[in-house]
Ligand binder design. Structure first.
Ligand SMILES: Nc1ncnc2c1ncn2[C@@H]1O[C@H](COP(=O)(O)OP(=O)(O)O)[C@@H](O)[C@H]1O
Ligand SMILES: [Mg+2]
Length: 153
């Protein structure tokens, strides 16, 4: 079911909730400063729509970071924390990824943050707190917001 719905989304390329609701059923989930997430019913995916220009710009940063994680060697250390990514729209700031259980404590999140920052010897930066990290169905730690991540070599 997920594949079928994603295929449809890829042809329609919805840019907001109203347009996507014409294709599938959505359930409102969490939101942050830049995006609001909706679970796509009958799939294991979640869609994030951006708020305004700042939101789109944050999502564009996230997409750039995801691309780096997939292709640039020094970013591959983040790969195991990346949820499955199904779709993105760089112009309108839409991203669809695997739904993650947001059940990590603040304490666990700060440990993950410290670990990430250590990955860059000269200092790394992240935006890791418990609203940006969770677990997939297998219980593996996944970061759901890669808008701000990286560091110096
Ligand atoms: N893949 C996901 N699975 C489950 N919930 C998610 C997912 N992505 C986002 N969310 C929910 O939406 C909220 C906002 O998403 P996020 O990407 O952090 O946006 P922002 O850039 O506004 O912080 C998250 O804190 C979380 O509650
Ligand atoms: Mg966030």
């Amino acid at each position: 079911m997920t594949e079928q719905i994603i295929k449809k989304i890829k042809t329609v390329r919805p840019v907001n909730v109203t347009q996507l609701r014409r294709i599938c059923k959505l359930k409102r989930m969490g939101s942050g400063a830049f995006r609001r997430a909706y679970s796509i019913i009958k799939t294991d995916a979640i869609v994030k729509f951006s708020f305004g220009a700042d939101g789109i710009s944050h999502t564009q940063d996230e997409i750039k970071n995801i691309r780096k994680i997939k292709t640039v060697k020094r970013f591959q250390r983040f790969k195991k924390y990346l949820p499955k990514i199904y779709y993105w729209d760089e112009t309108y700031g839409v991203i669809i990824m695997e739904q993650i259980q947001m059940n990590v404590t603040e304490d666990q999140a700060s440990k993950i943050k410290a670990k990430f920052e250590k990955m860059f010897p000269k200092g790394g930066f992240t935006d890791l707190h418990k609203r940006n990290v969770g677990r997939n169905k297998k219980g593996q730690i996944k970061v759901i917001d890669f808008g701000v991540i990286g560091g110096q070599e």
